[in-house]
Write a protein that binds this ligand. Structure first.
Ligand code: AMP
Length: 705
């Protein structure tokens, strides 16, 4: 009787037997998953189940071309997905602004004082704690039990990694102590210690597995495993430092909440201090920096947070970072090396940027072989020449830069660098604009080739898929460049037709060099995941000059839909007309931005590109604003002097409540909030019959009294 394939060692299997085995295992494992997860009634032991999965993995490794679409290796538990399922964060997970020196920290605290209108005599307490270099996670507890864990993802939507997080010993599955709200989300950092990282890499290299570049990558790679058993075998650690949705907070201060977290069984970093002044903060920063090398885990700065939570609420957010927190990075590290060449890169708006190619040198633990030289004036000022020995500096995640030249080491035959006046990518003339206001020439030289310049086109695409734009996983700079060169992707819409075109193509994507069935499938899934996108990200992704993230958000709020936005921008090409006036009148949109927007949409090719893209995707209106508030959707003008809040605070508050703040009164204005001393705006409002209220009435209306 022939032997059943299940009894044959993996190394002995023929192609046919392997395929049959994979089919059998897929079915069997899915059956056990169902029994375990859906029916809570497993029929085999955990060890026997693990053995089935292991055999499946081994066969897949030996026969990668036979991996099935329904392979159990692509699923965790009962949710068979190619990737993790998505979790929408009720409260977004954001970034932090940076401070690099004492001056920045002073300015940060001064900004808070100005915003809240606090005098110098009012003490502003802040917490200071290490900024852990790992990956952030949001842990949701209901009735004291861990019910969900999600990664930050793009900030609004992360990945559901609950099964994996349950295996981390530092994270309680059930909280201890009492006084915790029925529902709360603890946020913090998952990281790996230096020691565990070294051990893991050693093990990985012995077994021929993936060797990680640094502890952060190792932590991220270990957490995002489709098989939670692998995560369980990796020594991940955790520190709690903030929160998302919470029923009722256990304290009125940042410090108090951290204390509560500790009492519920969460690890809180014991280098956290409560500071009472900028001097305190700086002193603590110095202490942490001195201990950095012996901590046993990576940190890249110290995070300061306003202690009073009522202040935090009033301060709110600017773009993607809270106004009430900042990351004070450690000072830059320096090294000396030889500058071997100067290359000119062309950016998405045509800017020619000189880049130094360096003899590779280690700066603060990272090998650096490129550094920015900023612009031609900077090269001239520092007299940087090819062949020079230079000092390079690197600070945190900032691009390394060339600080200075060591002239005594300069080769005798060296000559000054001549900046090109033609674009290296398309040969068009490259010119420096003259600033109309100052009459001076701009520091940046730009290619005038516009859309004929391949470098500008490809840079636009790179920007389009970048982290704060469409954020398409697996579609980084290198891949974009490769696809562009091969003619696969020429414009943004092409990204979204990639899979469809692949289906009818003879040269299949999965057969490309460096790609396979799984990676192709993952890329298509990552693209699909972005077919719905927020209007603000969409506008930012277009890469219009001067339209950064904050501007994009302001525009999204003001125009509400992609069509509304595009039509308004086209109508605004008449600079005397109403549409241009409306655009210019939006608080935060200056003339430079307005002109850049109009110019972009006056170019028919740009409009075609945007329209083609819109055929492929769906735009969501801006989220996270309060649509239930009485001022949601209204255009509001603040005028006169306000006494209970500063102008900045008023604006932030109105926007948080879904209102749009305008700089002047027109017939589109819904509400004017006038304080003492209001003049022409109040008069105009009265003439136009616009509703006018005072500051107290404003507080009453929005229910903040
Ligand atoms: P960034 O992504 O550089 O803007 O920095 C924000 C990130 O810093 C957060 O998403 C966290 O992952 C991380 N982080 C590390 N330690 C802390 C901390 N103590 N407080 C707040 N964020 C932290």
């Amino acid at each position: 009787m022939p032997m059943g394939a299940e009894e044959i060692a993996v190394s002995e299997l023929s192609d046919e037997q392997a395929a049959a085995e994979l089919a059998r295992l897929a079915k069997e494992i899915a059956g056990h998953d169902d029994r375990y997860y859906r029916e809570d009634a497993p029929v085999i032991s955990d060890a026997a189940y693990d053995a089935l999965r292991r055999r499946n993995d081994e066969i897949e490794t030996r026969f990668p071309s036979l991996v099935r679409a329904d392979s159990p290796s692509g699923s965790v538990g009962a949710t068979p997905s190619e990737k993790f399922s998505k979790v929408r964060h009720g409260v977004p997970m954001l970034s932090l602004g940076n401070a690099f020196d004492k001056g920045d920290v002073h300015e940060f605290v001064q900004r808070i004082r100005r915003f809240l209108n606090l005098g110098e005599d009012v003490q502003v307490d802040l917490t200071a704690e290490p900024k852990i270099d790992g990956l952030s996670i949001s842990l949701r507890y209901e009735g004291g039990k861990l019910v969900q864990a999600a990664t930050r993802g793009d900030g609004s939507e992360g990945e559901n990694v609950t099964a994996n997080v349950r295996t981390i010993a530092d994270i309680p599955n059930v909280v201890t102590g009492d006084g915790f709200p029925d529902v709360f989300e603890v946020r913090g950092e998952i990281y790996m210690s230096h020691k565990d990282f070294a051990l893991l890499n050693e093990k990985q290299s012995q077994s021929g597995g993936k060797v990680f570049a640094n502890p952060r990558n190792a932590a991220a790679g270990s957490l995002r495993q489709l098989d939670a058993a692998i995560t369980a075998s990796r020594p991940l650690r955790f520190f709690a430092y903030s929160w998302g949705e919470v029923g009722e907070l256990p304290a009125q201060t940042q410090w108090g909440v951290l204390e509560a977290f500790a009492s519920w069984g969460f690890p809180v970093n014991d280098l956290t201090r409560l500071c009472h002044s900028v001097e305190d903060l700086i002193a603590h920063h110095g202490e942490i920096e001195a201990r950095r090398a012996s901590l046993g885990y990576d940190i890249d700065g110290v995070v300061y947070k306003v202690n009073r939570l009522d202040y935090q609420a009033r301060l709110g957010f600017v773009s993607r970072s809270p106004r009430w927190a900042v990351a004070h990075k450690f000072p830059a590290e320096k090294a000396t090396t030889v500058l071997e060449d100067i290359e000119i890169q062309v950016g998405r708006t045509g800017a020619l940027t000189p880049v130094a190619r360096l003899k590779p040198v280690t700066v603060g633990g990272v090998v650096v072989s490129n550094a920015t030289l900023h612009n031609e004036d900077e090269i001239e000022r520092k007299d940087i020449r090819i062949g020079d020995t230079v000092i390079v500096q690197r600070a945190g995640d900032v691009i390394p830069q060339v600080l200075a030249v060591l002239p005594e080491l300069r080769p005798a035959d060296s000559t000054a660098f001549v900046f090109p006046d033609v674009c290296p990518a398309c040969g068009s003339h490259a010119a420096r604009d003259i600033n109309e206001k100052t009459g001076k020439s701009d520091v940046v030289r730009r290619c005038t080739g516009g859309l004929i310049c391949p470098a500008q086109r490809v840079e636009r695409l790179k920007h389009f898929v970048s982290r704060n734009a469409f954020d398409i996983e697996g579609l980084g700079d290198k891949v974009i460049q490769e696809f562009y060169d091969d003619g696969l992707i020429q414009s943004a819409a092409d990204i979204f037709t990639l899979e469809e075109r692949d289906r009818s193509s003879l040269k299949k994507f999965k057969d490309r060099e460096g790609w396979g069935e799984t990676s192709a499938r993952n890329l298509f899934a990552a693209i699909d995941a972005r077919r719905r996108i927020g209007l603000d990200r969409f506008i930012f992704a277009l890469g219009i000059r001067h339209a950064g993230e904050t501007t994009a958000r302001t525009l999204a709020r003001a125009y509400g839909s992609a069509d509304g936005f595009i039509e308004a921008m086209q109508a605004a090409s008449d600079r005397e007309g109403e549409a241009y006036g409306d655009l210019d009148n939006i608080d935060g949109i200056g003339q430079t931005v307005a002109d850049a927007l109009v110019e972009f949409f006056a170019e028919p090719h740009n409009v075609d590109v945007v329209r083609d893209l819109l055929d492929q995707i769906e735009i969501e209106a801006l989220e996270a604003v309060d649509t239930s508030s009485p001022v949601s959707g209204q255009t509001i003008v603040f005028t006169g002097s306000l006494e209970r809040m500063t102008r900045d605070e008023a604006k932030a508050m109105a926007e948080r409540l879904g209102g749009k703040v305008a700089g002047s009164v027109s017939k589109k204005t819904d509400l004017v909030v006038a304080g003492p001393g209001a003049g022409s705006k109040l008069k105009k409002a009265t003439e136009l019959g616009v509703e006018v209220i005072d500051e107290d009435a404003w507080f009453q209306r929005v229910g903040a009294d």
